[in-house]
Each structure stands twice: as structure tokens, then as C-alpha cells.
Design a protein around this ligand. Structure first.
Ligand SMILES: Cc1cc2nc3c(=O)[nH]c(=O)nc-3n(C[C@H](O)[C@H](O)[C@H](O)COP(=O)(O)O)c2cc1C
Length: 265
């Protein structure tokens, strides 16, 4: 499946993490079918996949000690699964999972990436995970309660969820006046990506022939790889590039670089 950039581009700005769902609004059969379809069809890498689980969704979020944003009343969840034998599994899962999150957003649904704080053993058995595979993250999916609950508001404030680092602090390489036309909207879209605890670990090196995404920050991992966050930003970057008429190809790179979006070979 090609990246449906004109459908997913508006979802980049619309998406916000929501954690409390409305138990009176179940998912309609056609909505579930649309979610199953995108999970089965948006598989850009052979070792990263997504699986919708509709039974016992609340059980994967229950009783997690230290959880910084408890998820409530989720009617379903989606597991983001990677084959750990792939050296680039984290960024592949981030990129793939964000496609599913943006499609859910386009369908009018609410989501929240959850990395460290879920019951991995329950998610693993519900999502039917293979030998070398691991559930690296999950998202609840459903309709959020219309108003944010007090706990959600506190959570948003705690993670400073709406704050994003200025592009001037994230970008290296060519001076801005020499950037190709597509670079500014693409990096602005990458900057809006969600990340664990909103740590925004990415940096962008702009060159004549593309942009290299690299891991910019150090410090605690929170049980979630920064390369997974960077994979999410990679999809945002590509969607906005396509929306500006620029097509490119990703080449994965060793740490601390993540991948280069190559616009010419
Ligand atoms: C990989 C990843 C893991 C996350 N893990 C959690 C989590 O365990 N619990 C939680 O409440 N939020 C989690 N979040 C949500 C972030 O806190 C949120 O995306 C960030 O604060 C930005 O807010 P926004 O998504 O509303 O733009 C995670 C996000 C990402 C990308």
C-alpha cells in the first residue's frame, strides 16, 4: 500500500493523544473492518506489523504501576509488533504504527501510543505474536470522552504534550535559505510527531539530496527506544514531502543516525 498522503496529511495536525474513552460509543463493524484493512495493508517493511485486538482490550492497561497516563475504557487496541532479528526494527515499527494511528485519526477515532506501560504478556498472547517477535508498543483505539478528564488534563500538562522544540534547534546542514522547497513543510510535520514523554529525540540534517534523521538527545530511555520515536517522525516527514510533490526513498543508517530520506540516487 502506498502512503495515502492526502488523507494522512491533515491527520498529522489533528491527532492528539487521548486516554479516556467513552464506554457508550463502541466501534461500528465498518470501522473495525477499516482498521483491520489498514493493519493488513500498511506493511511497508517485512519485519513490522500491526494487529487490531477487540477482545479484553482494557486488560492490557489495567493495574500498571508507575503508568504516567492510565488508559480507561478502550474498546479495542492495536499492537505494534516487530521481529527483533531486524537491526532497524524500532524505526520500522514507529513508521508503520504511525500510519495506523493517522488512519484511525482520519476515521475520526482517538489513540495514544503506549510504549513502556502496558501488560506485555497479555498483549503478546492476545495479539498472537511469533517466536522472534515482540509487541514494542500499543495504542488504545476508540472514541474519547468529549471533554478531557481532569486526569487527562494533568497528564497533558505533565508531558507538556502540546510543546514542540523549534525547528531551528533541530536542523543542521544546509542554511535554511538553501533548503529545497519541500524541506520546510516536511520538517515542520516531522516536528509535530508524538514521542514517549514528548521527549522529541530527533534531529534533521538537511542536504542537497535529502534529509538524514538522527537521534539528538541522550538520557533515560523510559523503556522505549528513541529510534521508535524517530520512525514516527520519518513517516510525518515523508507524508509532508509527498504532499509537496517530492518523492524519496529511506535508507536506514547505524546509530546515532537513523535513516536518510534520499530524494535522488
Ligand atoms: C513511543 C511512544 C510511547 C508512549 N508511551 C506512553 C505511555 O506509556 N503512556 C502515556 O500516557 N502516553 C504515552 N505516549 C504519549 C506521549 O506522552 C505523547 O505522544 C506526547 O506527550 C505528545 O503528546 P500528543 O501525542 O498529544 O501530541 C507515548 C508516545 C510515544 C510516541
Amino acid at each position: 500500500m502506498d502512503v495515502p498522503f492526502s488523507r494522512w496529511h491533515p491527520a498529522i495536525e489533528k491527532r492528539r493523544s487521548r486516554r479516556h474513552f467513552d464506554p457508550n460509543l463502541p466501534l461500528a463493524p465498518e470501522t473495525l473492518a477499516a482498521l483491520h484493512k489498514v493493519c493488513n495493508q500498511f506493511v511497508p517493511f517485512p519485519h513490522a506489523r500491526s494487529r487490531l485486538v477487540t477482545e479484553s482490550a482494557d486488560s492490557v492497561f489495567k493495574g500498571i504501576i508507575g503508568s504516567y497516563g492510565r488508559i480507561r475504557n478502550a474498546p479495542a487496541f492495536i499492537a505494534f509488533i516487530g521481529n527483533m532479528s531486524d537491526p532497524f526494527v524500532q524505526e520500522e515499527v514507529g513508521y508503520t504504527g504511525e500510519g495506523i494511528i493517522l488512519e484511525a485519526t482520519a476515521l475520526g477515532l482517538n489513540t495514544c501510543w503506549v510504549g513502556g506501560f502496558f501488560r506485555a504478556e497479555i498483549a503478546t498472547s492476545l495479539a498472537e505474536v511469533g517466536d522472534n517477535e515482540r509487541v514494542l508498543a500499543i495504542t488504545p483505539v476508540g472514541y474519547a470522552r468529549e471533554a478531557e478528564s481532569l486526569q487527562e488534563k494533568l497528564m497533558t500538562r505533565f508531558a507538556r504534550s502540546h510543546n514542540r522544540v523549534a525547528l531551528s534547534k533541530l536542523a543542521t546542514g544546509l542554511p535554511r535559505e538553501k533548503w529545497p522547497d519541500w524541506a520546510n513543510p516536511s520538517l515542520e510535520a516531522a516536528r509535530l510527531a508524538p514521542s514517549a514523554a514528548n521527549r522529541q529525540p530527533w534531529g534533521f540534517d538537511v542536504q542537497d539530496d535529502g534529509v538524514t534523521v538522527f537521534v539528538r538527545t541522550r538520557g533515560p530511555e523510559f523503556n522505549v527506544s528513541r529510534r521508535l520515536d524517530c520512525g514516527i517522525a520519518m513517516l510525518h516527514l515523508e507524508i509532508a514531502a509527498l504532499n509537496s510533490g517530492c518523492r524519496g526513498k529511506w535508507e536506514f543508517l547505524p546509530s546515532p543516525q537513523v535513516a536518510k530520506f534520499k530524494t535522488r540516487s
